[in-house]
Design a protein around this ligand. Sequence first.
Ligand code: GRF
Length: 243
Amino acid sequence: MSFSPDFTQHPPAEEHSPAGLTYPDAFFPSLISPNISADRLRTQTPIKLGILASGSGSNFEAVAQAIKDGQLSAQIQVFIYNNPDAYAAVRAAKWGVPAVLLNHRDYKSREDLDRQIVQTLQEYDVQWVVMAGWMRLVTSVFIDAFPNKIINIHPSLLPSFKGSRAVEQALAEGVKIAGCTVHLVCLEMDSGSILMQAAVPVLPDDTPETLHARIQVQEHRILPLAISFAGSLLEHRPSSKPI
Ligand code: GRF
């Protein structure tokens, strides 16, 4: 079976393109799996999301945009950030999403921080948690409060290249195909059941920045899709059994 990209199907240039990338770079062909259309994944009841981020928040914005566009049946109940300077907080304000700063420096232990995160998520009646660039390790306090209901996005084809320097490591190893993964969160970092992946070709002149920018284009596609996917799986299997 051959994979032939359809260049007529690329999204409009204004859609989530990282600054400075233009067609065809921004929309370089990629392979998404499982490749299920958003229409087939839409849940009957909107999913109540809590989103956590530490940085720029472009994935937060992709989720918000997918909801606005009717691609994802969900509502963002609350946005939590741990870094006072996170640009993601500016984006949350722009989208009118309640934002709560829980600065990890204010807590004695990871468990204390996680207890406060769980309490906040519960106060906002969150069903599913999305870690969209959340740069903190989680403890069992958090995992046990939302069993199989925490999603993370990571800029590599897991299980390769876990950790915070995934794109640099992929380039250093000379891989020809990089990508991104959306997975359920468990105690072990960047592990847990894989929900969706997108493969992204590595180009000869790629730097960590150019490769990461192209990976992010795909992150913005698969994160909303994977949230729908997880929600629709659970809608048909409401127990908390692992997916
Ligand atoms: C993404 O590359 C994500 O995979 C990783 O952190 C980055 C967050 O980017 N976990 P942004 O803040 O959403 O732009």
